[in-house]
Write a protein that binds this ligand. Structure first.
Ligand SMILES: [Mg+2]
Length: 402
């Protein structure tokens, strides 16, 4: 079997809002096509136009190639060997960041091919089932530009999530720092106020997490805020500090009573080793695309097991990424939950319309995937509409030859 084409689709939600801090508004979907007609689908979480350039660019140095050039003609059935070759063959520009994120989309598509060829769901390629059902959590990020609307919406959504059966929710409570979702601003005491209100709404049995998206500029400030949470039973605090400062993460992780989670932006198992060993965080949060694909996400899961950490993947794109996270959760006993926003609770049209997915959320749980590969099917009409929307923003002829 041979790879004969790689199609890179840049897709955009026509209703996108440039003031939103959400990566669910655009995506790159990769189709890896084989000579035997099997097509694998993958996705990753970075600027979709840059992702396409990483895949389609030519190169003139043996270690600075484009991904497509390296992949054409290869047998797709050994994704881990291909990963190493893509990583080395792009190393001068890549090694971390965008190129590794882009390799992630291709790697996901290759695993989809392997599952389809073998006739088994992807997770069965990686080990025995660690769980009999999957327990996802709902991320709640209200679209609001005033605190009163934000609070009202957050409470309504938390109630809705629990009514839908969720046993875990994560509040995006970001009122300072670089994430300026809809320009919302407030003092740190508002985070605690929101947590308290949601805890009162959902009751004591729902697992509650909070993501402040890099809002705190010091360890002291993070500790001052989390000290108020003793009675709120917060499962973890996500991304409290800027991700490069692992010394501060280590200080916070060792001093905070609330466990610390981080890693949504990281690429490769090596960045996660630093985060765990130097940053000492308790929860590792690989995004299955960004980290470099499933091949790398599996390594992060093994690393976490070795170091006694838990894994809670980030997944904020379409049903392709959420499927990848679900397959990973099937074989990872130290993954207590993972990000899964049901399409009907998402404001993103990409999340709602791009794929027909196998996963159906019912009574707080997802059944184990059984379809071959990742079990997702692209919807052609949605693809066409979202590709046209992206083309209007930056016509490919103005960007690069395709
Ligand atoms: Mg986050």
């Amino acid at each position: 079997m041979k790879v004969v084409d790689i199609r890179s689709h840049v897709l955009l939600d026509p209703d996108f809002d440039i003031g939103a801090t959400s990566s669910a508004q655009d995506t790159i979907v990769v189709e890896v096509v084989t000579d035997e007609g099997v097509v694998g689908v993958g996705e990753t979480d970075l600027n979709a136009w840059i992702a396409r350039a990483c895949i389609e660019s030519p190169g003139t140095h043996t270690m600075d190639q484009g991904i497509k050039h390296l992949l054409l003609g290869r047998d797709p059935l050994d994704p881990e060997a291909i990963w190493r070759d893509l990583y080395v063959g792009t190393a001068m520009t890549g090694r971390r960041g965008a190129v590794v994120h882009a390799i992630g989309a291709v790697d996901m598509a290759l695993w989809d091919i392997v599952g389809k060829v073998r006739g088994v769901p992807c997770w069965q390629l990686w080990g025995d089932a660690a769980v009999s059902t999957l327990t996802p959590y709902a991320s709640l990020q209200p679209d609001a530009s005033s605190m009163s609307v934000y609070k009202e919406t957050m409470v309504a959504w938390a109630r809705r999530a629990v009514q839908a059966g969720f046993t875990a929710v994560k509040l995006e409570a970001t009122f300072d720092g670089p994430y300026r979702h809809k320009g919302l601003r407030a003092g740190d005491e508002k985070i605690t106020e929101i947590l308290q209100t949601v805890r009162d709404t959902v009751g004591p049995d729902v697992r509650m997490m909070v993501d402040v998206q890099y809002a705190f500029d010091s360890v002291e400030r993070a500790l001052r805020v989390t000290r108020e949470w003793d009675d709120l039973d917060v499962f973890f605090l996500e991304a409290p500090l800027w991700p490069d400062d692992l010394t501060k993460y280590a200080e916070l992780s060792t001093q905070s009573k609330v466990p610390i989670a981080s890693g949504e932006w990281l690429a490769t198992e090596w960045e996660f080793r630093d985060l765990a060993e130097r940053g000492k965080v308790q929860f590792l949060q690989p995004d299955t695309g960004r980290v470099g694909g499933i091949s790398q996400a599996l390594k992060v899961c093994r690393l976490a097991a070795d170091l006694g950490r838990q894994v809670v993947p980030h997944a904020w794109k379409t049903g392709i990424s959420t499927a990848a996270a679900a397959h990973l959760a099937m074989v990872t006993p130290h993954m207590p939950t993972f990000e899964f926003l049901p399409p009907e609770l998402s404001t993103s049209r990409l999340r709602r319309e791009l794929v027909r997915e196998e996963l159906v959320f019912e009574n707080g749980l997802l059944a184990p995937p059984t379809k071959p590969g990742l079990g997702v099917e692209l919807v052609p009409e949605a693809m066409a509409e979202f590709a046209a929307a992206a083309e209007r923003v930056w016509p490919s002829a103005a960007g690069m030859a395709r």
